[in-house]
Design a protein around this ligand. Structure first.
Ligand SMILES: *Cc1c(COP(=O)(O)O)cnc(C)c1O
Length: 490
């Protein structure tokens, strides 16, 4: 039971003079504690802090924590985000004392075990992606995209091909693709999708010229469709002198089935926090390792882990062919460790079942609901698919209403209004970790919402009816977020 009383802001629970803990005065210290703080750093006035007793603090934060929806509390079919269950053994291994207490500046000689794990993960990702080398330094998928694009810029620059300043991105791409391109100083050119969701290769061909540095693709793309024409696309892209980039955030359905390197991709990133089971959402932490084909290794950023001798790992910080540093240290080490724990515990046999099972789950949900929900791209799909809202549009019930109504039933909403190819996109990715019972329960609720939309549309339009917050002004929240407490009364 979530308590309304303790769910209020902690400042609203404050009462003048109330205390959770009293520090006894230090007799005979002669103000020694204060004397250690330089006068310039001492407070001039009392801090505005909530004055609350300990039970109130505990109840407030415990109640707050239950306002969150996570993959540990329920089904979370958020398309493109791969919200799979994260095995708890990963957490145990990532947070065990010796790893948790390491310092990035400690001498390599005292961190050989940690560096060895780094090396093993690099090699495992090379095997999984079909690449020659990986850097594990980037902190997120978008950060990996930026790093990959910088590698590609460095490659063209070294060949004296400085006029290549354009990047071609499909209209179905994740928003981070054009954003990373802009940050990397490249100009974005959009390529059209065909009605079946795949890339219009003729349109791509017409846009390739001597100014194109790279073509960025996601496969399966964000409509859940597999781009069958990659070998042909790779050929025309390479013939035009450009490189091919693989946005590997959607690697889950490919695991053990196909490798971007074998398809002709030159550079890729992997979202470890999606495919390799690190809890994510709400901004991190994540990891977006970048892999490159043979010939591009030297551009990867510093620092790097290299093996000298049989088993002596060094951290190289001054390789001058590298594009410099894109992170402070060697990446988000605990995320890397979770990914390695996951890869080793699954084994190659387990990993190669993930893609087929994720694909089966998505097709099962899609087939079960396509009579009631508009399916603009007929299947079979890969790990995810997109509905364009309800089939029956006469009720006025929108994708947003359906998403909110799902919350009343204890399911997280799918991704909504993305990809932008359709007006009422509802993008569902069940992942391989859900049981048949969970999928059936979700299907039943989606059917019930479709029926309710016809019989009692207002009930759906006013949803959610059971959450602590119902209809925040999303535009205002994004444009003018209030991130700190303000006393609006004074
Ligand atoms: C999630 C995602 C990204 C971005 O990854 P972040 O870690 O959120 O920066 C890029 N592309 C696709 C297709 C994604 O799903």
């Amino acid at each position: 039971m979530n308590s309304k009383l303790y769910n209020r802001l902690i400042f609203e629970l404050s009462k003048d003079g109330r205390r959770g803990f009293m520090v006894s005065e230090c007799k005979g210290c002669n103000g020694a504690v204060e004397a250690n703080i330089p006068a310039s750093m001492l407070r001039k006035s009392t801090a505005t802090l909530p004055e609350v007793d300990e039970p109130t603090v505990v109840r407030h934060y415990t109640n707050m924590s239950t306002n969150n929806f996570g993959v540990d509390t329920g089904f979370y079919p958020l398309g493109s985000c791969t919200m799979k269950y994260n095995p708890k053994i990963n957490e145990l291994l990532a947070s065990s004392g010796i790893v948790r207490d390491m310092h990035p500046l400690q001498p390599a000689a005292t961190a050989q075990g940690a560096l060895r794990l780094y090396d093993i993960l690099q090699k495992a990702l090379c095997e999984i992606g079909g690449m020659a080398e990986f850097t594990l330094n980037p902190y997120a998928g978008a950060h990996g995209e930026l790093t990959g694009l910088m590698v590609i810029r460095a490659y063209h620059a070294e060949r004296g091909d400085a006029a290549r300043t354009k990047v071609i991105v499909p209209d179905s791409a994740h928003g981070t693709n054009p954003a990373s391109a802009a940050v990397a100083g490249l100009e974005v050119v959009e390529v059209r999708s065909l009605p079946d969701g795949t890339i219009d290769v003729d349109d791509l061909r017409s846009k390739l010229d001597e100014n194109v540095a790279v073509v960025m693709l996601t496969n399966p793309n964000t409509t859940g469709m597999f781009e069958r024409n990659i070998p042909a696309i790779a050929e025309v892209v390479h013939a035009a002198g450009a490189l091919l980039y693989y946005d590997g955030a959607n690697l889950n359905p490919m695991l053990g089935v196909a490798r971007p390197g074998d398809m002709g991709f030159d550079v890729m990133h992997i979202n470890l926090h999606k495919t390799f089971s690190t809890p994510h959402g709400g901004g991190g932490p994540g990891a977006g390792p970048v892999g490159v084909r043979a010939g591009l290794e030297k551009y990867l950023p510093n620092p790097r882990v290299v093996k000298s001798g049989t088993n002596d790992f060094q951290v190289v910080t001054d390789s001058d062919t590298a594009l410099g540093r894109i992170s402070l240290w060697l990446g988000n080490y605990t995320v890397l460790r979770r990914a390695l724990a996951y890869i080793l515990s699954m084994g190659s046999e387990g990993l190669s079942q993930i893609g087929p099972l994720a694909t089966l789950a998505a097709n099962y949900v899609m087939e079960s609901l396509k009579d009631l929900y508009e399916l603009p791209i007929p299947g079979p799909c890969k790990h995810e698919f997109v509905f364009d809202g309800l089939k029956d549009k006469s009720t006025g019930v929108t994708t947003l209403n359906i998403a909110k109504r799902l919350l009343d039933h204890g399911f997280h909403a799918p991704t909504i209004y993305f990809p932008l190819l359709f007006h009422e996109s509802l993008m569902i990715e069940p992942t391989e970790t859900e049981s048949r019972d969970t999928l059936d329960a979700f299907i039943d609720v989606m059917k019930a919402i479709a029926t309710e939309a016809s019989c009692a549309p207002e009930k759906v339009k006013q949803a959610p009816h059971s959450t602590p917050m119902a209809h925040p002004d999303e535009t205002e929240a994004a444009m003018h977020p209030i991130l700190t407490w303000k006393d609006l009364t004074s």
